[in-house]
Design a binder for this molecule. Structure first.
Ligand code: HEC
Length: 69
């Protein structure tokens, strides 16, 4: 599964990725420009269960999108 698909299915219920403040309960993930490694650490404590490859893919996706916003 691509990082984009993992975000859509496992993160978008609580997070947005716009670069602006939103009403999302977990906040917008493109405001803080976190490293992919830091994002991956947060993913492990989120209430979602992903395989390691999916954690890495979604962390890379969120990191890349954040840099573009
Ligand atoms: C059930 C809701 C929920 C889901 C699902 C969820 N999160 Fe979160 N997430 C939160 C909450 C709540 C916080 C804490 C926000 C705060 O207090 O700043 C958080 C914090 C974070 C942070 C730290 C943000 C920061 O700026 O400090 C990251 C990164 C993150 N989540 C990534 C993810 C990713 C990636 C996914 C999908 C794999 C995900 N989360 C799924 C609710 C969720």
């Amino acid at each position: 599964m691509s990082g984009k698909a993992v975000f859509a299915s496992s993160c978008s219920g609580c997070h947005t990725l716009t670069g602006h403040d939103t009403e999302a309960r977990g906040g917008d993930l493109a405001i803080a420009k976190l490293s992919a490694a830091d994002i991956e650490s947060f993913v492990r404590v989120m209430p979602v269960h992903l395989r390691p490859a999916q954690e890495a893919a979604v962390a890379a996706y969120v990191h890349e999108e954040a840099l573009r916003r």
